[in-house]
Design a protein around this ligand. Sequence first.
Ligand code: AMP
Length: 322
Amino acid sequence: MRPTGKLHLGHLAGALGNWAELQADYDCMYFVADWHALTSEYADTQGLTEYAYDNVADWIAAGIDPERSTLFVQSLVPEHAELYLLLSMVVPTPWLERVPTYKEQMEQLSDRDLSTLGFLGYPLLQTADVVIYGANYVPVGDDQVPHLELAREVVRRFRGFFGELFPEPQPLLTRQPRLPGLDNRKMSKSYANTIDLGDDAETVQRKVMRMYTDPKRIRADIPGTVEGNPVFTYHDAFNPDTAEVDDLKARYRAGTVGDVEVKRKLARAVNAVLEPIRERRAAALSQPGRIREILHEGSARARVVAQETMARVRDAVRVTYG
Ligand code: AMP
């Protein structure tokens, strides 16, 4: 995850919840992608480290266990940059130019100059991040699938020159690859439509009450649409009381329930999900030294693996002077 802002419900639904579950079955590595943040935020790097610590507090609060998984910082394992450089020697630039997120992001973030080598190379740096650990799977949202396709192509091309070095990584798609925001666009910090994991109960209540809902329903006695209505997408994602959700949906369709009741019940459900996270987040943030320690220890562990890989890669490329 890139430390570019506070984490929100989209991160929880699309990534963190899944990350926590994966720990039961996989040897997991999760990292703060600070160099990736620089690819678009190079002009303002002030909040970077603060967001990094804040994000990691949210990871821990969401159940990522630093004893079971390796939590680290990309820039504390500089071997990622060395592998990125070596991979870049064999990767044709058109491969990077045709990655769909490249043009999309350039258009969306039009307030910045993204015609940089760093931004073009983003998916290749991501390839290095993944293959340096011989990762088999990467838990991502659907927007990242083309990046992994590129990673597999790069692995095959590198193999053509230097032999078998890395497995081809596959995506591990999450259940909720795109959670809508308060305005029904994708929940994203850049759209100011988020519910943040650190929001207090009152803020959550206020945000839910102003959520986008069926625009055709101007009175509570008009039958409403449930499908594609973000208020119900959220009920399905966060309200464990399925009987209550079914009842609300039936009454919404029949025009016998007001938006206020539906949203009040939603705010209660979201707050019930967030309450334990808020407590653990506050506990984690009250020990900033511990978060730093976790990241340094994790980075040292990751670095051992990365250094082993780089020794093999240097051998294969024949840049060794031992
Ligand atoms: P980002 O903050 O865009 O770098 O995303 C970090 C991770 O969270 C990625 O795996 C995204 O796919 C996931 N993510 C971000 N926003 C959402 C959302 N609204 N719904 C689902 N997943 C999301």
